[in-house]
Design a protein around this ligand. Sequence first.
Ligand SMILES: O=P(O)(O)OC[C@H]1O[C@](O)(CO)[C@@H](O)[C@@H]1O
Length: 502
Amino acid sequence: MTRDEAWKALALHPDPTLEELFAEDPGRVDKLSTRIELGEVGVRFDWSKTHLTDELLGEFEALAKASNFNEMRDRMFGGEVVNPTENRAAEHSALRGVGEDASVEEAEALRERMKLLVEAIHDGAMGEVKHLIHVGIGGSALGPALAVDALGRDDPKVDVHVVSNIDGVALEEAFAMCDPQTTLLAVASKTFTTIETMTNAHSALKWLADNGVDDPTGRVIALTAYPERAVEWGVDETRILPFAESVGGRYSLWSSIGFPIAISIGWDNFQAMLAGAAAMDRHFRDTDGRDNLPLRAAFSDLFYLRLRGCQTRAVFAYDERLRLLPDYLQQLEMESNGKSVTVDGEPSGPTAPITWGGVGTDAQHAVFQLLHQGTHLVPIDFIASIEPGDLLDAAHHHILLMNCFAQGAALMSGRASDDPHRNYPGNRPSATILCDDLDAATFGALVAFHEHRVFASAVMLDINPFDQFGVELGKEIAKKIEKGGEKFDASTEALLKVAGLD
Ligand SMILES: O=P(O)(O)OC[C@H]1O[C@](O)(CO)[C@@H](O)[C@@H]1O
């Protein structure tokens, strides 16, 4: 069967409502809910409130087969080139110990180097360190920011501030919270050339110097795939933590880009995060068909994208600690799969939906009106933890979880009313990811689950998830504007003039 034939077969399926699907199959919850064990804790992935059926799953398995999914997955874990436009492998799983032997070995050696530096800093080798300003952008910031915010709340070893935006307001905000005498600066950039990061790094060095720090460059830790550029920039080799070129920016929090995470939560917790991700890697690598959680989620994503025309998908963590998750997933999903040509350069048809979301219960009082009664069908992921993240009265967490589950139920069942304004149509899909507890291991597994889900979708869509040429043109034009002497369209010319940049 070809991909086209598989898609045609998928399009022929009837369209029962979610309630009908539950009524038809009493075993539905068990069939579509899977728990993954991560040592002492586990995570339940419940896709039963989506429109997936046995028949659809069978057709999607045929699509995966027609897309050579198993072979592509083996190639990724085997360290082969899976990013043909850049002639690169994609070896983020090797950073977690699951991958091609030589890459795993190299990653272990680099991790050992990072461990020594992290522990030395914790032991006082760089004097008293209370704060770390981490400058980076995109994949060099979003993962660290998410992980530090999620896991580094209880008694962090060092207070970490992730600064990404070139807007000086962001850096000033960090300065205001740090004491220069006890602050380190992490400069995180895979390429070590990104203008926002390098400009922020320079300004942070100046701030240290202006505030009486004798050797500001001596306070810098460089995190990069191009250590020679960091040396040129003036960082001592002992404070450069390299990572492999085959690790993509948006997949790099497991590498030395995760330095601020380890500095905040400590080495053992950082390792636990990697171990949680590795458990998900092994599940993804070793499980076939519908039982494979990221693949099953991708089946559902593609069903809503291609067969129900959904242009967005939303994720709501009912957990304040995951408030940065939508930002992180936006880059992971949209920079990876926001493409319009296949691997061979042909028009692809619809690809990544727009990812958006927020935290529950806040979002209920803001955007859920549209989700329940609006004209857009939006598949939703709910994410929650059975154990609370707070020490307050248990009522807080009970109300939080009850609301999370109530939303999924209400979206699915709806409630008919003769009054059209009070009618809830229902039949609106959601999936629920329920962790026993949000700790380093479940966090790692959760992020790795999303990485593999993106990859699985890309394989079935026949697109390359590992390049990002779409971000280049704007950067080039910004450079041309800076250089001067070039004419742009009339609107841009007028804006430049009004802002005094012509
Ligand atoms: O780590 P670097 O090289 O500074 O790049 C930062 C980010 O810029 C991008 O290349 C494009 O915006 C991202 O993919 C990447 O995460």
